[in-house]
Design a protein around this ligand. Structure first.
Ligand SMILES: C[S@@+](CC[C@H](N)C(=O)[O-])C[C@H]1O[C@@H](n2cnc3c(N)ncnc32)[C@H](O)[C@@H]1O
Length: 342
């Protein structure tokens, strides 16, 4: 599987799109918002730059794509008012893999910029937003040209499926309780090599003193096969197993499918950063996010207008998982199984 060519969140703005099914990821951005604000303000206050280059890596297409951009601009704009300084000009690079639905983002830009201008008035510095298609496991920007890198819920995706899994991870599509130790090792080694390369590349692109805020889907447990990160994919493997029994797909097709994903622990993230040596760590934290909040359950309605009783949570989780993984599954098994699978 060539991840760069295949992986993309479900595009458009329809019922099964990532646009419509990314509330969980929005919660994650909201949880980390104080950290993001603190980092950009610290950077701004130390350097007082006249122009700021910001990169959003793994931006996808949907309400979250520009959410962080507005958080960053808002924080700087308020700070400038406080300091009675002119607002800097912003250059924002929205990066994702080439198959990402950049067209939907581009269509929304005029509205986004118009709204910013309306809210902030003439104080707001010029804001130039552009798309940067490509893998963040390669160079994306000019040397020492970026002030701030943000990435949320994207770095758990690996550059490739670890090699040698086909014969050793039969019946599974990711790490699971029944995976032998060599599978866990292969996944960790791929993560270690990818994340280390990511840090090396960003250290070339960031200016000296630049900042990054990275949020990664990870795990609390030291055990990479713990339920917290693997269970959701085990459910998908079970559903694929059912489809084998029902004759929809061949067993070998399931055996040869593995996800290019890894959910690291805090210790694993820390150890790669320390070993790679390009970056210091200001904050390293772990937070928990639930598929649905108590408020959702109590109010009976999500922000997107889905009804949220306990029975419908499973349905919504399936939609979230579909928006994220459909491209990988369809490229391996074909489009025809998608509706039935989810
Ligand atoms: C779950 S989405 C998160 C999107 C958005 N940041 C959010 O919080 O809603 C993960 C995104 O990372 C992108 N991605 C995965 N691997 C990537 C890579 N190597 N380079 C650039 N983007 C990548 C995916 O295409 C996807 O759009």
């Amino acid at each position: 599987m060539d991840v760069t060519k295949v992986l993309h969140m479900k595009g458009g703005i329809g019922h099964s799109s990532y646009h419509t099914n990314s509330l969980l990821q929005k919660r994650v951005i909201t949880i980390t918002k104080p950290i993001t604000e603190e980092a950009i303000l610290d950077l701004y206050s130390t350097r007082l730059p006249k122009k700021l280059a910001i990169a959003e890596l793994g931006c996808s297409s949907g309400p979250n794509t520009l959410f962080v951009v507005s958080v960053l601009i808002d924080a700087i704009n308020k700070k400038c008012r406080q300091l009675e300084r002119p607002c800097p000009e912003f250059q924002v690079f929205l990066n994702d893999l080439p198959e990402n639905d950049f067209n939907t983002i581009f269509r929304s830009l005029a509205h986004f910029c118009g709204k910013l201008k309306e809210e902030k008035g003439d104080d707001l510095g010029q804001c130039f937003i552009s798309g940067t298609p490509g893998s963040f496991y390669g160079r994306l920007f000019l040397r020492e040209s970026i002030h701030f890198v943000h990435s949320s819920y994207s770095l758990q995706w690996l550059s490739q499926v670890p090699q040698g899994l086909e014969s050793s991870n039969k019946g599974n599509i990711f790490i699971s309780k029944s995976s032998p130790p060599c599978v866990l090792k292969a996944y960790y080694e791929q993560f270690e090599s990818d994340f280390s390369e990511f840090l090396r590349l960003r250290s070339e692109e960031l200016i000296l003193g630049g900042r990054m805020v990275l949020t990664i889907l990870g795990r609390r447990s030291a055990d990479p096969s713990s339920r917290e990160c693997c269970y959701i994919w085990e459910l998908l493997a079970l559903a694929l197993g059912d489809m084998v029994s029902e004759g929809w797909i061949e067993e070998e097709k399931v055996d040869s499918f593995n996800l290019p994903l890894y959910s690291p622990s805090l210790e694993e993230v820390k150890s790669v950063i320390l070993k790679q040596e390009s970056f210091g760590i200001n904050r390293l934290e772990i937070s928990e996010v639930n598929w649905s909040t108590e408020e959702d359950l109590n109010s009976g309605m999500s922000e997107e207008g889905f009804s949220f009783d306990k029975q419908s949570i499973g349905h919504n989780v399936a939609k979230y998982m579909r928006a994220v993984s459909e491209s990988l599954i369809a490229s391996h098994f074909g489009d025809s199984i998608i509706e039935e699978l989810f």
